[in-house]
Design a protein around this ligand. Structure first.
Ligand code: HEM
Length: 213
């Protein structure tokens, strides 16, 4: 992960608005979206303790004061800003992995692919789970959905894709904000991020299979 950044990866920040919107896009990816992703996965992991524990977690979250305010200002609006800008950046970027097949260039390419996959999945997920209109409990809704292997497959791909997007994004974020500067610290930080990806993918898959019967 220590190759120099390629010219096509350079950020186009011609105007103050370009610069500010890039910085805001980057910040929102970590705070609050990264925190939300971690909280969401930890809450879902209570399914590993069974149906009652999971439904209790859901009831706790749904009973939080100011839930709608939190959902709008800490999840929906940041996700809309990051998601809409992200789709624009992903579509506009010049991908040239065939010409320069370096690891960093592949990561740049996958960051965009996983962003687009995450956007499609979030729309599907919110529509079917958060606004589901049946009278099943949340646990039953998910176990029913996961009884279809195609839907389970979609969730597994989306989970791995969102984890990759966030963790590779965290590496980019640390560089963008000057948190890891030297080539050595970038290299060691990339080892930490690779480990984080595999550990969170392992627990994420355990969590997903807790809904499969
Ligand atoms: C909703 C769909 C999403 C799309 C389309 C999207 C797209 C993108 C794109 C294209 C980038 C690269 C920006 C660049 O370097 O020019 C990016 C970066 C990033 N994204 Fe997303 N993203 C989405 C959702 C998320 C979510 C849910 C999270 C957090 C869990 C997240 C976290 C990040 C982080 C941390 C970065 C790196 C920021 C940086 O380079 O400083 N993204 N996203």
């Amino acid at each position: 992960m220590a190759e120099p950044v390629l010219a096509t990866q350079a950020t186009n920040t011609n105007t103050y608005w370009d610069f500010a919107s890039r910085k805001l896009h980057s910040l929102l990816g970590v705070i609050p979206l990264g925190f939300f992703l971690a909280e969401h996965l930890i809450a879902n992991a209570t399914a590993m303790k069974g149906e009652a524990a999971f439904n209790e977690t859901v009831n706790f979250i749904q009973g939080l004061p100011l839930l709608l305010f939190l959902e709008i200002f800490f999840i929906a609006l940041p996700l809309l800003f990051h998601g809409i800008y992200g789709v624009i950046f992903a579509v506009q970027s010049k991908n040239n992995v065939k010409l320069y097949p370096t690891l960093r260039n592949w990561m740049f390419y996958f960051q965009r692919i996983t962003g687009l996959l995450t956007a499609a999945f979030v729309i599907y997920h919110v529509y079917t789970i958060r606004f589901g209109t049946d009278d099943l409990s949340m646990y039953e809704r998910i176990t029913t959905a996961f009884s279809d292997p195609i839907i389970l497959g979609i969730y597994i791909v989306a989970l791995l894709s969102a984890l990759f997007h966030f963790i590779n994004g965290l590496w980019n974020f640390a560089l963008n904000w000057g948190l890891v500067i030297g080539l050595n610290s970038q290299k060691y930080f990339s080892y930490v991020m690779i480990a984080l990806f595999f550990v969170s993918a392992y627990f994420g898959l355990q969590m997903a299979f807790a809904f499969v019967h």
